[in-house]
Design a protein around this ligand. Structure first.
Ligand code: NAD
Ligand code: IPM
Ligand code: MN
Length: 354
């Protein structure tokens, strides 16, 4: 039987709650589809600070590199908000992404027909939305040097090299070739030199993909267009910080931030995580929506070459939603039954095992 080694990084807040549900669902499909998943847990974020005084210990990086894929929950929380910058949980996640070479973050926002009434936007605006954000993940203002802060002055540097833009643009165009053949590159080229270079390089890469329609859009307009008419988008290609912001916005088109998964790729091993954070405001209450993490687990199976198993999970989620089961984040819309995090995980696992 095929065996895959999965590094499990549950993290903080709702991280452990949602990852446990994803594992429940993974196990349900693995046995049915005839492969085995071997899990090894490593600490990351606040929980790693508490044990090792380090938000991303070497052991965690090594464990990920020795695995076939990484399943990640979320990090951060008020407990660690005042520790020094390099030791913050968020710095640990950034170090992990950089160390694993995960320069491309793919964040699909696909509406489930069952949830068209669960968005704060009108059904006719969102029905049929199927877009994906391709976010550059290891460069830009997140990592640019110099960076500095004293009591009177602070700065960061937004920097992209030609090579960094080229490789993320290729990922976006390849993604578009598998989808609806349109790339919207989002930047701020009317103000920023870094965006001018971004546009030039994206134009060059586009020449190798004549079938793909390319348009450029300023980020302020993109934020507006996303809620005005999200169906105009297929692949949104953008840098680290714009992608972070636009993907949270895109999550509300499909109903809840608790629904959006992601795949981070580009290095030896892929990492799969929901786009949301550790949600300290609801941690420990059993009300977090585990679907973003379960969909991330499905993306992980696609990546491992187990696409049929990934499809089984997506199909199980549809069936459970069609029956009217909702976690609290979606409960005020059209829920027939409001369920807890673990109940939602169990329902999806049961349907996936059929
Ligand atoms: P957040 O995404 O954690 O939460 C934003 C809001 O969405 C909260 O009201 C939360 O309850 C809700 N929410 C998030 N996930 C949900 C889910 N699965 N089900 C139901 N509701 C959900 O963002 P935040 O509050 O800005 O940040 C909290 C902490 O998480 C911070 O420390 C931040 O740095 C960290 N963070 C981590 C990641 C990550 O691990 N990748 C991502 C974003 C934020
Ligand atoms: C995300 C998060 C992270 C980011 C933070 C926690 C470093 O918001 O994964 O979207 O900004 O990339
Ligand atoms: Mn974010």
């Amino acid at each position: 039987m095929k065996n895959y080694k999965i590094a499990v990084l549950k993290g903080d807040g709702i991280g452990p709650e949602i990852v446990d549900e994803a594992i429940k669902v993974l196990d349900a499909v693995a046995s049915k589809e005839g492969f085995n998943l071997e899990y090894n847990e490593y600490l990351i974020g606040g929980s790693a600070i508490d044990v090792f005084d380090n938000p991303c210990p070497d052991e965690t990086i090594k464990g990920c590199l020795n695995s076939d894929a990484v399943l990640f929950g979320a990090i951060g929380g008020p407990k660690w908000d005042n520790v020094e910058k390099q030791k913050r949980p968020e710095s640990g996640l950034l170090k992990l992404r950089k160390s694993l070479g995960l320069f491309a973050n793919i964040r699909p926002a696909i509406i489930f027909d069952e949830l068209v009434n669960a968005s704060t936007l009108k059904p006719e605006v969102i029905k049929g939305v199927d877009l994906t954000v391709v976010r550059e993940l290891t460069g830009g203002i997140y990592f640019g040097e110099p960076r500095y802060k004293d009591d009177n002055k602070a700065y960061n540097t937004m920097i992209y090299t030609r090579d960094e833009i080229e490789r993320i643009a290729k990922v976006a165009f390849e993604e578009a070739m598998r989808r609806n053949k349109k790339v919207t590159s989002v930047d701020k080229a009317n103000v920023l030199e870094v965006s001018e270079l971004w546009r030039e390089v994206v134009e060059e890469v586009a020449k190798n993909y004549p079938e793909v329609e390319l348009e450029h859009m300023y980020v302020d307009n993109a934020a507006m267009q996303l809620v005005r008419n999200p169906k105009q988008f297929d692949v949104i290609l953008t840098g680290n910080i714009f992608g972070d912001i636009l993907s949270d916005e895109a999550s509300m088109i499909v109903g809840s931030i608790g629904l959006l998964p992601s795949a981070s790729i580009g290095g030896k091993v892929g990492l799969f995580e929901p786009i949301h954070g550790s949600a300290p405001d609801i941690a420990g209450q059993g009300i977090a929506n585990p679907i973003a993490t379960i969909l991330s687990a499905a993306m992980m199976l696609d990546y491992l070459g187990e696409k049929a198993a990934g499809d089984k999970i997506r199909d199980a989620i549809k069936q459970v939603l069609a029956k009217g089961y909702r976690t609290k984040d979606l409960a005020s819309f059209d829920a027939k039954e409001v369920v807890t995090t673990t109940e939602m995980g169990s329902l999806i696992a049961e349907h996936a095992a059929n």
